[in-house]
Design a protein around this ligand. Sequence first.
Ligand code: THU
Length: 128
Amino acid sequence: MENLANKLMAAAAQAAKHSYSPYSGFPVGAAVLTAGGKVFCGTNVENASYGATMCAERVAVFKAVSEGEREITAIAVYTDAAAYAFPCGMCLQVLSEFAGDIPVFVAGSSGVKHFTLGQLLPHRFEKS
Ligand code: THU
């Protein structure tokens, strides 16, 4: 598990280098592992029309799905902030569409912490 966390976090940190975040000054990187064994990365892409901004996690998920990988088995989220920056609610909901109770690795100043999607989003929205 630690190997996986380190591998995904390294990819997420690399992706954060491409962040387009001139408005917030807050680069984020994400990396998802798929059931097919592939890693897809994403970074946040901001816009002058702030609401058009896209989070790093959703970029990574959408890249995986658009390449035919619909099953995500782990995700890492990188920021260089001291506090742990968890995926936002919208990203958790999007992730939950393509993932079960997967590991969610989050970077912070005291290292990489391991959570599960079920801990961060115990009840996803589902249309009955
Ligand atoms: N952001 C992400 O990339 N992922 C999240 O889960 C929350 C926030 C980005 C959006 C924006 O570019 C910046 O962080 C500040 O909100």
